[in-house]
Design a protein around this ligand. Structure first.
Ligand code: HEM
Length: 359
């Protein structure tokens, strides 16, 4: 089993520096031209207002990943969970309010990494220090996901920019309806993603995001207990039962046993060997509509990278807010009007003298 060692990760990070600076020129990304971009977004949105934004993000993430490459998976998944629910509007970052619990309280989001949220806030602060408040949290999430893919060994793709941050978050029910569960089969996944205009190639490519990162046992133990899923390789199942001795074990395991920290096409090789972790993964190889696509990616990493980049650019444009819609948040976890109303209520609670002298 090829596991990314510290030195191979360091090599990827260093070679990404030596290979030039793609963030200085978005047009270098080869797939940009083939994917239409929605009106209001642009490849060069921050060229005048914050030309260093991508540099700041890459620099900070390189330092984070050099000590913990696992954070790349957390950031990639955060972008997916943002875009699939109500569009890429950073609504997943919003704390709940008096109107109800936020998206983070919905079951699929409970396993998002707390550190991913902290990293986005840290990036936002660094970007505001350099450029003022001009870059949205939604754009920061999209760029952080791209860097996560690239710095883990995956493709570099251009990210159309200019998203605005949403003013509302989705309900728990809406969140559940938009994020497919790991127990879903290909029919369900294809039809759920077709509603967002993804074709089967996009679906198989996007699922390749599972080439990095971790899963909790409960996301796949229904495939082990009480009965073992017959489509699962025997040795793989035996090993998973050691990691997850009971159906509700709180342990975690890697999602791509061949190269868990490297963004490559080994996830598809896993599927060919019946070593996919979720039903939603393995069934892509069982189902005749997607089997050929899985095989083509397993034997051709460049093809996978190309299709993944196209699908990510599509995903990153789902129901985006642009122009004067939404806002640029001052704090990614809270919408600006709430910060203002919280301030007002604090001021209102202050004794009159203090309130006047402060404002
Ligand atoms: C197609 C339907 C999908 C399903 C059913 C699904 C389901 C899941 C589940 C259940 C987990 C593990 C959660 C846990 O137990 O901790 C997970 C992890 C992950 N997913 Fe997906 N996912 C899907 C699509 C995607 C897409 C489109 C991407 C990105 C392009 C993605 C990227 C990831 C990553 C990187 C992780 C690991 C996160 C970490 O290590 O913190 N997934 N996914």
């Amino acid at each position: 089993m090829a596991v990314a060692t510290k030195s191979s990760i360091a090599f990827l990070l260093i070679s990404s520096l030596l290979l030039g600076s793609p963030y200085l020129s978005l047009s270098e990304a080869t797939v940009d031209q083939s994917v239409p971009i929605v009106s209001g977004l642009s490849w060069t949105f921050y060229q005048n207002t914050c030309p260093t934004v991508e540099f700041i993000i890459r620099n900070y993430l390189m330092s984070v990943f050099s000590s913990d490459i696992g954070q790349a998976a957390g950031l990639l998944r955060l972008h997916f969970h943002d875009c699939f629910v109500q569009g890429c509007d950073a609504s997943v970052l919003l704390d709940g309010s008096a109107s109800g619990p936020g998206e983070q309280q919905a079951p699929p989001n409970l396993t998002l990494r707390a550190r991913a949220f902290q990293i986005i806030n840290e990036l936002r602060n660094r970007i505001e220090n350099a450029c003022g408040r001009v870059v949205s949290c939604a754009d920061i999430v999209a760029l952080a996901a791209r860097e996560s893919v690239y710095l883990s060994g995956g493709p570099y793709y251009g990210v159309p920019l200019g998203r605005r941050d949403g003013l509302t978050f989705a309900t728990i029910n809406a969140t559940l309806q938009n994020l497919p569960p790991p127990f879903a089969n290909t029919t369900t996944i294809l039809s759920m993603l077709a509603t967002k205009n993804f074709d089967p190639t996009d679906v198989v490519a996007l699922s390749g995001g599972h080439t990095i990162g971790l899963s909790h046992c409960t996301s796949f133990t229904p495939r082990l207990y009480p009965n073992q899923d017959p489509t699962m390789d025997q040795t793989f199942a035996r090993n998973l039962k050691v990691i997850c001795p009971t159906a509700n074990s709180t342990n975690t395991t890697v999602m791509d046993i061949r190269s868990p920290n490297i963004f490559d096409n080994k996830y598809y090789v896993d599927l060919l060997n019946r070593q996919g972790l979720f039903t939603s993964d393995q069934d892509l190889y069982t189902d005749s509509r997607t089997r050929g696509i899985v095989t083509s990616f397993a034997v051709n990493q460049s093809l996978f990278f190309e299709k993944f980049a196209v699908a990510m650019i599509k995903m990153g444009q789902l129901s985006v807010l642009t122009g004067n819609n939404g806002e640029i948040r001052a704090n990614c976890s809270v919408r600006n009007s709430r910060i203002k109303s919280d301030l007002v209520s604090v001021v209102e609670e202050l004794p009159v003298e203090e309130g006047r002298s402060e404002f």
